[in-house]
Design a protein around this ligand. Structure first.
Ligand SMILES: [Zn+2]
Length: 147
């Protein structure tokens, strides 16, 4: 879960006006990246623009930067808060538990694979359920090719 928190509105910082374009942009982005149905999305956008609501939740980090940019163009000061443990769609609960225990870590930079065993090696497959968890890493190990 990712939260966008509007901590301040400053009209001097806005470089676009309230009506029209920005509202359409916000609704489109929140419909794409959020998890709410359209009517609720529209209501939330209206509440945000009328400064009645100061928090937007997204299921993933995807889209958060774009939303922040639109809000900033309206003069909002926005913080993005993400809870790493729910941000990743874990393949299974055993892996998630092991991450909590610190047995596996997620890289913050582009690396061989997304997950590694601290001070040892990167992993391509979940040791519990066998799911590929290489992610966007640059590693080339191919399990099927070795069979
Ligand atoms: Zn797993």
């Amino acid at each position: 879960m990712v939260k966008l928190k509007i901590i301040n509105w400053n009209d001097n910082n806005s470089w676009t006006d309230w009506s029209g374009h920005a509202k359409t942009q916000l609704i489109a982005r929140m419909k794409e990246y959020g998890s709410l149905p359209l009517t609720k999305t529209k209501r939330l956008v209206r509440q945000v623009l009328e400064r009645e609501c100061f928090e937007i939740q997204l299921p993933k980090i995807e889209g958060a930067e774009g939303l922040r940019h639109v809000l900033e163009s309206l003069g909002a000061e926005v913080l993005i808060e993400s809870n790493k443990n729910t941000e990743y769609g874990f393949c299974c609960s055993r892996f998630q538990e092991s991450v909590k225990e610190g047995k596996f870590q997620h890289t913050d930079v582009h690396d061989e694979t997304e997950w590694f065993i601290p001070e040892w090696l990167h992993i391509y497959f979940c040791p519990f359920c066998g799911e590929s968890i290489k992610g966007n890493g640059f590693g080339t190990y191919d399990q099927d090719g070795k069979r």
